[in-house]
Design a protein around this ligand. Structure first.
Ligand code: SF4
Ligand code: SF4
Length: 240
């Protein structure tokens, strides 16, 4: 976190040295991103209400439903496999411990770099943790990058998700917990549907491969935020 803050200071000073003025010295909103301005500045916005641009508890509930429908059955299946002795102790530790370890690495190190660093929610200055509907409270371990995700980052994100969902499957098969495996898989599919129908059409991380915001709204948002517009144009995105 300290590294992240130091890097942010360096970025700010470097950009200022280069004479670009789309970044400011407001420590709370160094990239001048509209979602971190006072909400009164949204009154005249043509896309007000079209995006999830301020934290909204409803999105957190939809997001958390994946844990309830997709992951609790899988965790239950691993425990049942252990208590029924289909999974021995080393396999139990590898299944649950390995999955938890992967999730910690994914959420704290990998996902911030490939996905969250490109999200306007990550541009909040001075904050040591993320304040967004999905990862609220997760430590900030990298700096905001106003450019869109690269192709490599998109591929990494898909691979990361596949490991995330797929990790418990072999252990549930070894544990012969086929009903819970099926419930878990249906739960994950249900969760992806919720994401695609309720969250991704409003999400401000526009370059995420799951994002479904219409282009006209994306363009309006980016035009509100000059540092993002410049970075997107430099990466080859055309707004017209
Ligand atoms: S896009 Fe920006 S300016 Fe418009 S409502 Fe959302 S936060 Fe406010
Ligand atoms: S909204 Fe999504 S992409 Fe943005 S910081 Fe939160 S978890 Fe990351």
């Amino acid at each position: 976190m300290i590294f992240s803050n130091q890097l942010e200071v360096l970025i700010i000073s470097e950009i200022n040295k280069n004479g670009e003025n789309s970044i400011n010295t407001n420590r709370k909103n160094p990239y001048n991103i509209c979602i971190w301005k006072d909400v009164s500045t949204c009154n005249d916005c043509s896309i007000k209400g079209e995006l999830q641009c301020h934290e909204d508890f409803r999105y957190s509930i939809w997001f958390a439903s994946g844990f309830i429908f997709g992951f609790i059955p899988a965790i239950l299946g691993i425990f049942l496999g252990f208590f029924s002795e289909s999974l021995n102790l080393p396999l139990f530790i590898i299944s649950l411990g390995g999955w938890i370890l992967y999730l910690v690495i994914f959420f704290i190190i990998w996902e911030p770099r490939m996905l969250c660093s490109h999200c306007p929610y990550y541009a909040e200055g001075e904050a040591k943790v993320v304040h967004c509907y999905a990862n609220h409270g997760i430590p900030k371990t990298t700096s905001f990058n106003p450019a869109p995700m690269s192709r490599s980052e998109k591929i990494q994100f898909i691979i990361g998700l596949l490991i995330f969902f797929g990790y418990p499957i072999p252990f549930l098969i070894i544990a012969e917990q086929f009903v819970l495996l099926l419930i878990s898989m249906i739960g994950v599919i249900f969760w992806i549907l919720i994401l695609q129908l309720k969250i991704c059409p409003d999400c401000v991380n526009f370059s995420c491969p799951l994002n479904r915001v219409p282009k006209n709204i994306l363009v309006s948002f980016i035009k509100h935020n000059p540092i993002m517009k410049e970075a997107w144009e430099k990466s080859g995105y055309r707004f017209e």
